[in-house]
Design a protein around this ligand. Structure first.
Ligand code: NAD
Length: 543
């Protein structure tokens, strides 16, 4: 056994490739897109390292062209959920006994595979299956996945190095055990990197997982699973079981060995999972760790001292990149009356140049929303706004689902700052704006803080330092990731650890050491060199 104490150094964030016309990466990606759209992949379950075919299928279609079937995926049921739990528990003993440096090495190899050989594969799968344009796929499926894997190895090395003080007569140690049992990981559709991290962060700390991927991100998630295995992840450490969430979680949550849930997705799903655990709390071996990153109603707040061009650009990029389907995407804004005419003019001028269409046409800034259910939900908000006397449609409002699920970037101006689209998460390309009187700055900051139950991301645009301090104070709990003069999307692993509180989740900060600490169960060991041999203390003697 190698007995060295190992420290991984701080990694550099993976730079995004440009995919400029004529570049090698563009050429490779285009041919991979063609290959994947022509080949109908068959996606099996992967349990204990074995491919399992159930014969019950879901079709994976392109959101930009929903008549195109990209893959057919076998679906797990209760029996396969049980098999996955058993495989995770079987793999646990050997995996958790392995030196953490060996586990980190597998993660670093996975990062290298994504960075090189599989970069076009994972990007093409994310573009076709989740409707991300090339840039959005590159910063998620390639860069962020790589960054999570590399940074986590570094953060783990820091966690394992922390030891308590010892005294002359004793030696104290902390052993960073993994949790007892298995961890249930449930991933969302909107970030390939999150699906990777939900599993690999947990596995790095010596745990094994039962992974339910999102049914609208199956192609990229299947490729991730294959990359993990090629990197050397032993059978059973991560078990891939696509299927119906409610059916699978019924089986998983009732297992006594459930050690934790690592979840990212909507509030309603997290509530179901939490309730499922709460109702059985006395039946588990340990209290399951519940880590959930959920919804957002992220804001942009402009002060009268802000630069109009910067505010408008942040609105256009932040609200409409990836069709507003980032948990961090701003979907409400507060604009001072003095700046509104200029900001309105710039937003309209920019949005007129935004093209919405298929990911295979690289000229498109926006693409389709994820599926028909999302399309109908988003259009429902837009149509209600159209008939409301409280709302003016400043831009957009159209949608067409005949070929793909396309919705125009839509800007609403509301007269009621508590109108539904200012409070509820829509998760689509809809930005609602409230224009406030310049003199009502502090009152409007309070309104911003009070309006929504969420507290994920928020941005203030401001050049006046005194006003800035006021905004920081009043909005202290309004966002877990708070931006000054920048859009509130695009957090980078290691630089801006990510997560929010209130209804936005447990704020365990993915992409930082706090998250890794949720997956360990430390044991303190005190060794006494010369143990006492009499029970009496000096104070007990009478003379
Ligand atoms: P979702 O809740 O619909 O689905 C998430 C996952 O849960 C999917 O795998 C789904 O199949 C599964 N699921 C659904 N019902 C289940 C059940 N009863 N038991 C077990 N699993 C179940 O969310 P989504 O549409 O994939 O993602 C969008 C949401 O995720 C938005 O609300 C967004 O804000 C949030 N999100 C948050 C963050 C963050 O860091 N805070 C990041 C990304 C996405």
């Amino acid at each position: 056994m190698n007995n060295s104490t190992f420290q991984f150094s701080v990694p550099e964030n993976s730079p995004a490739l440009s995919y400029a016309s004529g570049s090698l990466e563009r050429e490779q990606l285009k041919s991979e897109l063609k290959r994947q759209e022509e080949e109908q992949t068959e996606i099996p379950l992967i349990i204990g390292g074995r491919e399992i075919r159930t014969g019950r299928f879901a079709e994976v279609v392109m959101p930009c062209d929903h008549s195109r079937i990209l893959a057919r995926c076998h679906l797990a049921g209760e029996k396969e959920a049980e098999m996955a739990i058993e495989a995770a528990l079987r793999a646990k003993a050997e995996w958790s006994a392995l030196s953490w440096v060996e586990r980190a090495s597998i993660q670093l190899k996975a990062a290298e595979l994504v960075s090189t050989r599989y970069r076009p594969v994972i990007n093409a799968a994310t573009m076709l299956g989740q409707a991300k344009n090339v840039f959005q796929a590159e910063i998620d499926a390639a860069c962020e996945t790589i960054d999570y894997l590399r940074y986590n190895a570094y953060f783990a090395s820091q966690i394992y190095a922390v030891q308590p003080r010892s005294l002359m007569d004793q030696l104290n140690r902390v052993e960073y055990r993994p949790l007892e049992g298995f961890v249930f990981t449930v991933s969302p559709f909107n970030f390939t990197a999150i699906a990777s991290n939900l599993n690999m962060s947990v596995a790095l700390m010596g745990n094994t997982t039962v992974w339910k991927p999102s049914t609208t991100a199956l192609l990229s998630n299947y490729h991730l699973m294959r990359i993990f295995m090629e990197a050397g992840l032993p059978p059973g450490v991560v078990n891939f079981i696509p299927g119906r969430g409610a059916e699978l979680s019924g089986r998983v949550l009732s297992h006594r060995e459930l050690a934790g849930i690592h979840f990212t997705g909507s509030n309603s799903t997290f509530h179901q999972l939490w309730r499922g655990v709460a109702g059985r709390v006395a039946d588990y071996r340990s209290y399951p760790r519940l880590v959930g990153e959920t919804g957002g109603k992220d804001f942009i707040f402009a002060h009268a001292s802000a630069e109009a061009e910067a505010v408008a650009t942040a609105i256009v990029r932040g609200s409409f990149e990836y069709q507003g389907q980032k948990c961090s995407a701003p979907s409400r804004a507060y604009i001072p009356r003095s700046l509104w005419p200029r900001i309105r003019e710039i937003i309209i001028e920019m949005l007129k140049r935004v093209r919405v269409g298929d990911v295979r046409d690289f000229g498109n800034f926006m693409n389709a929303v994820i599926d028909e259910k999302a399309f109908d939900r988003i259009m429902g908000y837009i149509n209600a706004a159209r008939s409301s006397p409280d709302v003016e449609i400043v831009f957009g409002g159209g949608g067409d689902k005949s070929t793909g699920y396309f919705i125009q970037p839509t800007v609403l101006r509301v007269s009621d700052p508590k109108y539904a689209t200012m409070q509820e998460e829509i998760f689509g390309p809809v930005m609602s704006l409230f224009v406030y009187e310049d003199s009502m700055f502090e009152e409007t900051l309070r309104l911003c803080d009070d309006t929504s139950p969420y507290a994920l991301t928020g941005a203030v645009f401001i050049r006046d330092r005194y006003a800035f301090i006021k905004a920081c104070q009043i909005l202290r709990y309004a966002a877990g990731n708070f931006y000054i003069n920048d859009k509130p999307t695009g957090a980078m692993v290691g630089l801006q650890p990510f997560g929010g509180a209130r209804a936005s989740g447990t704020n365990d900060k993915a992409g930082g050491p706090l998250n890794l600490q949720r997956w360990i169960n430390p044991r303190t060991i005190k060794e006494t060199f010369i143990p006492p041999t009499s029970f009496e203390y000096p104070f007990m003697a009478e003379t």
